[in-house]
Design a protein around this ligand. Structure first.
Ligand SMILES: [Zn+2]
Length: 171
Protein backbone atom coordinates (compact mmCIF):
# COMPACT_ATOMS: atom_id res chain seq x y z
CA UNK A 1 0.00 0.00 0.00
CA UNK A 2 1.31 3.43 -0.98
CA UNK A 3 1.21 5.95 1.84
CA UNK A 4 1.16 9.70 1.25
CA UNK A 5 4.39 11.49 2.16
CA UNK A 6 4.22 13.79 5.19
CA UNK A 7 5.52 17.27 4.40
CA UNK A 8 7.67 19.74 6.32
CA UNK A 9 5.64 21.43 9.05
CA UNK A 10 4.29 18.18 10.50
CA UNK A 11 5.86 17.72 13.95
CA UNK A 12 6.38 13.98 13.34
CA UNK A 13 9.32 14.95 11.11
CA UNK A 14 11.10 16.88 13.84
CA UNK A 15 11.02 14.54 16.79
CA UNK A 16 13.08 11.49 17.56
CA UNK A 17 11.31 8.31 16.46
CA UNK A 18 10.83 5.35 18.80
CA UNK A 19 13.15 2.37 18.85
CA UNK A 20 11.78 -0.80 17.26
CA UNK A 21 11.58 -3.74 19.67
CA UNK A 22 9.41 -6.29 17.84
CA UNK A 23 11.14 -8.07 14.98
CA UNK A 24 10.37 -10.89 12.60
CA UNK A 25 6.62 -10.25 12.62
CA UNK A 26 4.17 -10.22 9.69
CA UNK A 27 3.27 -6.63 10.65
CA UNK A 28 6.87 -5.45 10.31
CA UNK A 29 7.31 -7.28 6.99
CA UNK A 30 4.12 -5.69 5.66
CA UNK A 31 5.20 -2.27 6.90
CA UNK A 32 8.56 -2.60 5.14
CA UNK A 33 6.84 -3.66 1.90
CA UNK A 34 4.60 -0.58 2.19
CA UNK A 35 7.63 1.64 2.78
CA UNK A 36 9.39 0.38 -0.35
CA UNK A 37 6.18 0.79 -2.36
CA UNK A 38 5.69 4.33 -1.05
CA UNK A 39 9.33 5.23 -1.75
CA UNK A 40 9.20 3.96 -5.35
CA UNK A 41 5.87 5.70 -5.94
CA UNK A 42 7.45 8.97 -4.77
CA UNK A 43 10.62 8.27 -6.81
CA UNK A 44 12.94 8.56 -3.83
CA UNK A 45 16.14 6.64 -3.07
CA UNK A 46 15.37 6.59 0.65
CA UNK A 47 12.40 6.86 2.96
CA UNK A 48 12.13 7.07 6.74
CA UNK A 49 9.03 5.90 8.63
CA UNK A 50 8.22 9.39 10.05
CA UNK A 51 7.80 10.51 6.42
CA UNK A 52 4.69 8.36 6.23
CA UNK A 53 3.61 9.49 9.69
CA UNK A 54 4.96 6.56 11.71
CA UNK A 55 7.36 7.61 14.46
CA UNK A 56 9.56 4.50 14.50
CA UNK A 57 13.26 4.06 13.76
CA UNK A 58 12.84 2.37 10.39
CA UNK A 59 14.27 3.49 7.04
CA UNK A 60 14.51 1.94 3.60
CA UNK A 61 17.03 2.79 0.90
CA UNK A 62 17.45 1.78 -2.73
CA UNK A 63 19.99 3.80 -4.68
CA UNK A 64 19.14 1.80 -7.85
CA UNK A 65 15.52 3.11 -7.91
CA UNK A 66 14.15 -0.41 -7.98
CA UNK A 67 16.48 -1.59 -10.77
CA UNK A 68 18.59 -3.97 -8.69
CA UNK A 69 16.89 -5.91 -5.87
CA UNK A 70 20.24 -6.54 -4.14
CA UNK A 71 20.46 -2.80 -3.44
CA UNK A 72 17.28 -2.79 -1.33
CA UNK A 73 18.31 -1.95 2.21
CA UNK A 74 16.38 -1.92 5.46
CA UNK A 75 17.80 0.02 8.40
CA UNK A 76 16.11 -0.48 11.75
CA UNK A 77 17.36 1.42 14.82
CA UNK A 78 20.37 2.66 12.81
CA UNK A 79 23.33 4.50 14.26
CA UNK A 80 26.12 6.16 12.33
CA UNK A 81 29.37 4.71 13.69
CA UNK A 82 32.00 6.17 11.34
CA UNK A 83 32.26 9.08 8.91
CA UNK A 84 35.31 9.60 6.67
CA UNK A 85 36.13 12.19 4.05
CA UNK A 86 33.90 14.84 2.55
CA UNK A 87 31.56 15.16 -0.39
CA UNK A 88 29.66 18.14 -1.74
CA UNK A 89 26.45 17.55 -3.58
CA UNK A 90 22.83 18.46 -4.08
CA UNK A 91 20.37 16.97 -1.70
CA UNK A 92 16.61 16.99 -1.58
CA UNK A 93 13.92 15.38 0.54
CA UNK A 94 10.54 13.90 -0.36
CA UNK A 95 9.10 15.81 2.61
CA UNK A 96 10.40 19.13 1.25
CA UNK A 97 9.40 18.81 -2.41
CA UNK A 98 10.54 21.40 -4.92
CA UNK A 99 13.73 22.35 -3.09
CA UNK A 100 17.32 21.12 -3.43
CA UNK A 101 20.45 22.48 -1.81
CA UNK A 102 24.17 21.79 -1.74
CA UNK A 103 24.93 19.79 1.40
CA UNK A 104 28.36 18.78 2.61
CA UNK A 105 28.38 15.21 3.90
CA UNK A 106 30.84 12.47 4.71
CA UNK A 107 32.09 10.51 1.70
CA UNK A 108 32.41 7.13 3.36
CA UNK A 109 29.94 6.29 6.10
CA UNK A 110 29.45 3.22 8.25
CA UNK A 111 26.06 2.52 9.75
CA UNK A 112 25.15 -0.08 12.38
CA UNK A 113 21.54 -1.24 12.27
CA UNK A 114 19.21 -4.20 12.62
CA UNK A 115 17.39 -6.02 9.83
CA UNK A 116 13.76 -7.18 9.82
CA UNK A 117 14.73 -10.25 11.85
CA UNK A 118 16.47 -8.11 14.48
CA UNK A 119 19.98 -9.19 13.48
CA UNK A 120 22.57 -6.47 13.91
CA UNK A 121 24.85 -5.62 10.98
CA UNK A 122 27.31 -2.96 9.90
CA UNK A 123 27.58 -1.59 6.41
CA UNK A 124 29.85 0.98 4.80
CA UNK A 125 28.68 3.05 1.86
CA UNK A 126 30.28 5.71 -0.32
CA UNK A 127 28.99 8.70 -2.23
CA UNK A 128 25.20 8.49 -2.78
CA UNK A 129 24.80 5.56 -0.39
CA UNK A 130 26.83 7.36 2.30
CA UNK A 131 24.60 10.39 1.83
CA UNK A 132 21.47 8.23 2.09
CA UNK A 133 22.71 6.62 5.34
CA UNK A 134 23.20 10.07 6.87
CA UNK A 135 20.01 11.63 5.49
CA UNK A 136 17.74 8.73 6.55
CA UNK A 137 19.35 8.24 9.97
CA UNK A 138 18.97 11.98 10.58
CA UNK A 139 15.23 11.63 9.84
CA UNK A 140 14.88 9.05 12.62
CA UNK A 141 16.31 11.57 15.08
CA UNK A 142 14.00 14.35 13.89
CA UNK A 143 16.65 16.10 11.84
CA UNK A 144 16.07 17.35 8.28
CA UNK A 145 18.75 18.07 5.68
CA UNK A 146 18.01 21.79 5.84
CA UNK A 147 19.59 21.82 9.30
CA UNK A 148 22.90 21.26 7.47
CA UNK A 149 22.67 24.38 5.27
CA UNK A 150 23.14 28.03 6.19
CA UNK A 151 20.51 29.75 8.34
CA UNK A 152 19.97 32.23 5.52
CA UNK A 153 19.13 29.54 2.96
CA UNK A 154 17.06 27.63 5.50
CA UNK A 155 14.97 30.70 6.36
CA UNK A 156 14.42 31.38 2.67
CA UNK A 157 13.10 27.85 2.14
CA UNK A 158 10.86 28.12 5.22
CA UNK A 159 9.47 31.44 3.98
CA UNK A 160 8.66 29.94 0.58
CA UNK A 161 7.00 26.95 2.26
CA UNK A 162 4.88 29.24 4.44
CA UNK A 163 3.69 31.00 1.30
CA UNK A 164 2.76 27.66 -0.26
CA UNK A 165 0.95 26.65 2.95
CA UNK A 166 -1.09 29.84 2.87
CA UNK A 167 -1.95 29.24 -0.76
CA UNK A 168 -3.04 25.70 0.08
CA UNK A 169 -0.24 24.24 -2.03
CA UNK A 170 1.44 22.34 0.77
CA UNK A 171 -0.83 19.58 2.01
ZN1 LIG B 1 14.36 13.16 3.56
Amino acid sequence: MVHPIVKFGDPVLEREAEDVRDFDTPELDQFLADMFESMYAAKGVGLAAPQIGISKKIAVIDCSNGERPEEKLVLINPKIVKIEGRQEGEEGCLSIPGFREQVRRGKRVTVRAQNAKGEEFEMTGEDLLARAFLHETDHLYGKLYITHISALKRDLIKRKIRKKQKAGEWE
